[in-house]
Design a protein around this ligand. Structure first.
Ligand SMILES: Cc1cc2nc3c(=O)[nH]c(=O)nc-3n(C[C@H](O)[C@H](O)[C@H](O)COP(=O)(O)O)c2cc1C
Length: 298
């Protein structure tokens, strides 16, 4: 795809993305109240690492809490997915994998990522939305860690309003991590081989690399850095001349966290880097095993 084409479609897509996201020709109303700060979040993608043990001597300043609350309220790109900041009882909601192993400790606050389970695309919407909050927290100098399975959902539900069809799909602690990783954190990082990422050559299919336009490589590199449960990196990318389709590449059990939620996180990384390279698009949600297509022209 030529740069000129992306340039030409940018205007069309900008108009379409005002009106919504399509699924099977049915536009869903977008409720995004803020634009993605692409350079800021692109830098955050490179800096972010999961941290689980926080410094109890470093509370969150009121202006930081205000900034977190604001992004939770304003980064609402889809109906049926939202985020809620909680500054109470953070430690009581985290469980360890075995006893206290892997447990989040001394977090001054947490954020809950909530979805309406009647929406067929709830998992990817929550992943995409939640990662926006995580990247903004990272940009604010905070540390985070997606937690999908190991939290006490009844305690979370007692601290926030969870509506009829809604479920808290994941949470993250927010705070300042202890300067050096504790041995339990190092154990968790090693257990999940957290810093390893699958090579792009194994993730991408479709158009050969020499035919990719300039925005494709940085976008896929950013998507590749996305966090995923147990670092399983379930995503694959099909590069076409009118965009990129994200699909679930891996087989095997999901355990308690949907692979489509991981893919939603990768979708946001992909879009942040595409925007930072000057390429706008819109998402079209797709049935399994595909997840969604980032369309750069209609
Ligand atoms: C949806 C999701 C759920 C996760 N659940 C947990 C969890 O329950 N406990 C935990 O310690 N880490 C959890 N993680 C963190 C991953 O282990 C971590 O993101 C991965 O190993 C990659 O490491 P990184 O985030 O430092 O890049 C989760 C991550 C994601 C995206």
């Amino acid at each position: 795809m030529s740069e000129a084409l992306c340039e030409q479609t940018r205007q069309e897509v900008a108009i379409q993305s005002e009106t919504g996201v399509e699924y099977a020709g049915q536009p869903q109303l977008l409720e995004r109240h803020m634009d993605i700060p692409s350079s800021r979040w692109h830098l955050a993608i490179e800096r972010r690492r999961s941290r689980r043990h926080f410094d109890p001597n470093l509370p969150l300043a009121p202006e930081i809490l205000t900034a977190l609350d604001k992004v939770c309220n304003q980064f609402v790109p889809f109906t049926h997915a939202r985020s809620s900041l909680v500054t109470d009882s953070a430690d009581s909601v985290f469980k360890g994998i075995i006893g206290s192993y892997g447990k989040v400790k001394d977090a001054p606050a947490f954020i809950a990522f909530i979805g309406d389970m009647d929406d067929p695309f709830v998992q990817e919407k929550v992943g995409y939305t939640g990662e926006g909050i995580i990247l903004e927290a990272t940009a604010l100098g905070l540390n985070t860690c997606w937690v999908g399975g190991f939290f006490r959902s009844h305690i979370v539900a007692s601290l926030i309003e969870v509506r009829n069809k809604e479920r808290v799909l994941a949470i993250t602690p927010v705070g300042y991590a202890r300067e050096s990783e504790s041995w339990q954190e190092r154990l968790m990082t090693g257990f999940a081989r957290s810093h390893n990422r699958v090579a792009l050559s194994e993730l991408a299919r479709g158009l050969p690399g020499e035919e990719w336009s300039d925005w494709v490589n940085p976008s896929l590199e950013a998507a590749r850095l996305a966090p995923s449960a147990t670092n399983r990196q379930p995503w694959g990318f099909d590069v076409q001349d009118d965009g990129i389709t994200v699909f679930v590449r891996t087989r095997g059990p999901e355990f308690s966290v949907s692979k489509r939620l991981d893919c939603g996180i990768a979708m946001l990384h992909l879009e942040v880097a595409a925007l930072d390279s000057g390429c706008k698009g819109k998402w079209e949600f797709l049935p399994s095993p595909q997840v969604a297509k980032f369309k750069t022209r209609s």
